[in-house]
Write a protein that binds this ligand. Structure first.
Ligand code: UDP
Ligand code: MG
Length: 326
């Protein structure tokens, strides 16, 4: 799918929504004035990621109330935040595209800062959350992920998690053309960026409701990030395997020599158990990592649509009917 011809200077805001009925009534009244104040063309493209609450109803009402500026991409089922954003990208036509969370953790008042950077010629504007407002656990986990990802992928990004980011149309087009089944948008954009920049933005607590990421979903997302942008995990395990084998061999030789010089030893059976469990654990973890890659290859090979657009509400004629996304 290709995005329509870009409109110069226009800013398209993309917002993924998954069960956010508590936040939507506060979001638009803060967002629209902030956009209006910039004095340039804009549009807001919401994507309803298979919400089960009243979100879609509220979004459709908003689209009806602001024809031409508010659009709603309705997905058939939950595709996950990053795929939902991908789906929305195909419905934008601004020269600049800015993503935002629906829970008001990214203050809409920060948007002009991003636009200013893009006006200055940066094609990807990343953000770092100043005084991040999340639980201690999330912050600690996120710090770990940011560090390891930087090392593994070799990308210089300080905060992968902040989704208030700006992308030039050129970058958006390449992103939508990359049909990977699982992806992580900030990392993908970084890959295609020519002149990226990172700025600090304010961060607030989630306005209403709870995070839509369960621990499992969070772990899976981070696996997407690790496996999607690097094969270093595989190489590390290969290296670890070689090292273990080498030490095993050295240990065997040592025991043989010892047997000749000192005689057979029977003690230390449990030490052997411990070592065996350690090695088995390492092997299982390695198989698991290989499995992560194989699973993703399998998904990719099946070639099912990554998301299914049921309808697009608002916009010009209100495109109707189902559409699949590659
Ligand atoms: N989201 C989505 N699909 C999902 C999960 C989340 O579209 O499967 C949206 C959610 O509605 C919100 C944004 O992605 O607008 C970020 O989600 P959330 O605030 O739950 O993540 P957190 O801030 O806890 O990382
Ligand atoms: Mg949030």
């Amino acid at each position: 799918m290709r995005s329509p011809a870009a409109v110069a200077r226009k800013v398209s805001i993309v917002i993924p929504v998954f069960n956010e009925e508590g936040n939507l009534p506060t979001l638009l009244p803060r967002l629209l004035p902030a956009l209006e104040a910039m004095g340039r063309p804009y549009e807001v493209v919401f994507v309803d990621d298979g919400s089960r609450d009243r979100s879609l109803e509220l979004l459709r009402a908003a689209a009806a109330q602001h024809p031409g500026t508010v659009k709603v991409v309705e997905l058939l089922r939950n595709a996950g935040q990053h795929m939902a954003i991908m789906a929305a990208f195909t419905e934008t036509d601004g020269e600049y595209v800015i993503t935002l969370d629906a829970d008001l953790q990214n203050p809409p008042e920060e948007i002009p800062k991003l636009v200013a950077q893009m006006d200055a010629g940066h094609d990807v504007v990343g953000t770092v959350r100043a005084k991040r407002q999340d639980t201690f656990f999330r912050k600690a986990a996120s710090r770990l992920v940011n560090r390891t990802t930087s090392v593994i992928t070799g990308m210089r990004l300080n905060d992968y998690g902040c989704m208030l980011r700006g992308y030039h149309r050129d970058v958006v087009d390449v992103m939508t053309a990359s049909d990977e089944v699982s992806t992580f948008i900030p990392a993908l954009a970084q890959l295609y960026a020519r002149r990226p920049v990172e700025i600090e933005v304010a961060h607030e607590e989630r306005h209403e409701g709870e995070s839509k990421y369960s621990l499992l979903k969070l772990v899976r997302l981070n696996f997407d990030l690790m496996t999607g942008f690097s094969v270093v995990p595989l190489q590390l395990f290969g290296l670890l395997g070689f090292l273990t084998a080498f030490f095993g061999l050295a240990f065997g030789v040592f025991l043989l020599v010892r047997r000749i010089l000192v005689g057979a030893e029977v003690q230390g059976v449990f030490t052997l158990f411990a070592l065996a469990f350690l090695v088995m654990g390492v092997i299982l973890a390695g198989v698991g990592i290989v499995g992560e890659y194989v699973g993703r290859i399998y998904q990719q090979v099946r070639g099912r649509p990554r998301y299914l657009i049921r309808r697009v509400h608002g916009g010009e004629a209100g495109t109707e009917g189902a559409g699949g996304g590659r």
